[in-house]
Design a protein around this ligand. Structure first.
Ligand SMILES: O=C(O)C(O)[C@@H](O)[C@H](O)[C@H](O)COP(=O)(O)O
Length: 213
């Protein structure tokens, strides 16, 4: 399968469409099995998406929200992804959603939705280029792995490639020209150690919906 690219002129249009697609899937899964699970990324890109999603009408009390990765910091730190999600997503109509931290990732598996981000260095989650743990992160059947980045702050706990692939709906959300250039390079790239996002984008067994401005 190949990646599907969805281009938007404006960030607000992207956020509108992605949040409504996510809401549709969450509702469908709640109807089907009584609950729905979603893993989200940290960073600055998802803030507007979180705010939009938090105003979507659905039975949030049956939604479990987890993380694609986390920094090893106090949960109240401004650099904590748990704090980010609690501040921007678990509010308004979504205030009843249940947050599940990385240590309890198993409670969410298999995941219904993952929303990945990407750095300008082509990392996704906390799978950083040429990191010493990357081979293990690509090959293990564990859901999470501890990673020490060489070029980013804090030790991390990251979802593994196995965790990311075992998800029904995989979205990549990127904004800006620079990231679009990185995306185009990553789509043609076969060195997954140099550009970890390529391991997700170019995997023949999965389909990734790329939402980009
Ligand atoms: O917690 C994190 O840092 C991430 O999950 C990470 O993979 C993020 O998605 C990218 O670094 C993009 O971050 P920005 O959105 O800030 O560019």
């Amino acid at each position: 399968m190949s990646s599907i690219l969805k281009a938007f002129d404006e960030s607000s249009e992207l956020v509108e469409e992605l949040s409504s697609q996510i809401a549709i899937i969450l509702k469908k899964e709640i109807l089907r099995k009584g609950f729905a699970t979603i893993l989200v990324s940290g960073g600055s890109t998802p803030k507007k998406l979180f705010e939009k999603l938090s105003n979507c009408s659905l039975d949030w009390s049956n939604v479990k929200v987890g993380l694609v990765d986390e920094r090893v910091v106090d949960a109240t730190s401004l650099d904590s992804n748990e704090n980010l999600v609690k501040t921007y997503l678990l509010k308004n109509k979504a205030s009843d959603a249940q947050f599940i931290n990385m240590q309890n990732q198993n409670d969410l598996f298999p995941f219904d939705i993952i929303v990945l981000g990407m750095g300008n260095d082509a990392h996704t989650a906390s799978l950083f280029p040429n990191n010493e743990k990357l081979k293990e992160a690509f090959e293990t059947k564990d859901l999470t792995i501890n990673i020490t980045p060489s070029n980013a702050p804090y030790n991390r706990v990251s979802s593994t490639l196995y965790a990311i692939k075992n998800c029904e709906h995989i979205f990549l959300h990127i904004e800006g020209e620079q990231k679009f250039q990185v995306l185009q390079k990553a789509l043609k790239n076969s060195d997954i150690y140099n550009m970890p996002i390529s391991a997700v984008l170019n995997d023949k067994d999965i389909q990734v919906e790329v939402y980009h401005t």
